[in-house]
Design a binder for this molecule. Structure first.
Ligand SMILES: [Zn+2]
Length: 458
């Protein structure tokens, strides 16, 4: 296969030095990066290659969304704190969700992701064969984590049987772009037998474990009541930190002993600033986690708690929330935020040897961002330049011009090339009335979901 060279005004490599190469180029051989450097140098090293020059663009690694739920509840689940929100809006939706609804949601969310520059998602969702089909066709990389409840009171979620089936049928598929991890919605949505099976499955398939943790104070109190300790210590006691890789979403309410334990056990975190603000959960101490050596990626969380999947916007939230919480305008520098959304997110999911930076030998997952926009003006590269600040604080996902994954262009001129956006939107509109109707009926028959999950499980 011939080598293709793609070149732009700036190449933001996100390598160990955060090197930015002016008039930079990436040589692509199949699905991998064969060379990175100044265009002149790359050209001379690959004289037979085809060259595509992108004027008024910068090229950077595709973004890693470390925690997402596909979904179709956007704008319909507002104004409640997290546990009431789960009880009133989300868990009743899970009770009535059907595979066709779930698949429509995954297509929509993966399309939204690649259009805004995200090339890898960690998606905790339901009936995920449909999500596998969506990723295979749209072309994104996805870590599929079934939303599992393994307890009689939470039997309306997926089950570990579904996870095992998905591991057998989808793990490593779509040219390796689809991975399957083991997940639990929450540790206490499962019995201890479920915890054991979850981790033995993760070990058997040498894959990761993902759950929500330390999101709200009410959850901490419940974990304390059940297990007599802080949440992270409880996860350790229950064996839930024993998989090859562990990724915890939120991690808002952490004490020093938990941060120390997470660093010691190599536990990674998905930081969800928009969701943590919108559901009034609190501020995750990402600065302290990173200082302790914990890998911290950034995740949008779902369409229902964000309400979009724009990782550029999420980078801005990550930056501003830390500055605001610490009352320190210098906290969490823009390069740090960029790293969290790229190489550190890749490390959080154990894929930093494959993705997250533009370096020779890695997968050709990259995006081209427009620089001829008001949001990018003025633009200065080099030491002391403003390029990284613009990317974190000014750029929006809609400024992404090209998204390439595995060397294949899935978005060109800001348009999805691998599926019909109009068809995906029409399918969502076709399924949501039924989903909402079934949920309303369930709520009407069940006292508006007034039974709190907290305190109901032994
Ligand atoms: Zn979540």
């Amino acid at each position: 296969m011939p080598i293709h060279v793609i070149a732009a005004d700036f190449l933001v490599t996100m390598n160990a030095d955060n090197a930015v190469i002016e008039n930079g180029a990436v040589a692509i051989d199949g699905d991998r990066i064969a060379d990175v450097g100044r265009l002149d140098d790359v050209k001379s090293r690959h004289p037979a290659s085809t060259i595509r020059r992108l004027p008024n663009r910068l090229i950077m690694p595709g973004l890693v969304n470390a925690h997402l739920h596909s979904g179709v509840l956007r704008g319909t689940a507002e104004g409640l704190p997290v546990w009431d929100w789960l009880r009133m809006f989300i868990d009743p939706m899970h009770r009535v969700l059907q595979p066709r609804d779930a698949e429509a949601a995954a297509w929509l969310c993966y399309a939204e992701s690649v259009l805004s520059g995200t090339t890898t998602v960690v998606d905790m969702w339901r009936h995920m064969e449909g999500a596998g089909r969506a990723a295979r066709q749209i072309g994104n990389r996805t870590v599929m984590v079934p939303y599992v409840g393994e307890h009689p009171d939470y039997d309306y979620f997926d089950h570990l049987d579904d996870t095992e089936r998905l591991l057998e049928t989808w793990h490593g598929k779509a040219d390796g772009r689809v991975e399957v991890w083991v997940g639990l919605e929450h540790a206490f949505y499962s019995t201890e037998a479920g915890h054991e099976r979850a981790i033995s499955l993760a070990k058997k398939f040498k894959t990761g474990f993902h759950t929500h943790s330390n999101e709200a104070e009410v959850e901490l109190a419940e974990m304390q009541r059940r297990y007599g300790c802080r949440s992270i210590q409880a996860l350790e006691k229950l064996g839930l930190l024993d998989a090859d890789r562990t990724l915890l979403a939120h991690c808002v309410w952490l004490d020093d002993s938990e941060i120390e334990l997470m660093a010691k056990r190599g536990v990674a975190v998905a930081h969800n600033p928009a969701s943590n603000m919108k559901l009034a959960s609190g501020y995750a101490p990402v600065d302290r986690l990173r200082a302790a050596g914990v890998a911290v990626g950034i995740g949008t969380d779902g369409e229902k708690e964000n309400n979009n999947l724009d990782m550029f916007e999420e980078m801005k939230f990550a930056s501003l929330l830390t500055k605001f919480a610490r009352l320190d305008a210098a906290a969490l520098d823009s390069w740090d935020v960029m790293r969290m959304a790229t190489i550190e997110g890749a490390r959080a999911i154990g894929k930093d040897h494959e993705i997250g930076s533009l370096e020779v030998g890695k997968k050709a997952d990259l995006i081209a961002v427009r620089t001829d926009t008001p949001r990018m003006t003025p633009l200065f590269g080099g030491t002391g330049g403003n390029l990284h600040h613009n990317l974190v604080h000014a750029v929006r996902g809609g400024d992404v011009d090209i998204t390439m994954i595995d060397g294949r262009i899935v978005v060109e001129s800001g348009e999805l090339k691998t599926a019909s956006m109009a068809d995906l939107i029409a399918e969502v509109h076709a399924v949501v009335p039924g989903l909402f109707d079934r949920r309303s009926k369930w709520l009407a028959q069940n006292d508006k979901g007034a039974i709190s999950p907290i305190g109901q499980v032994g």
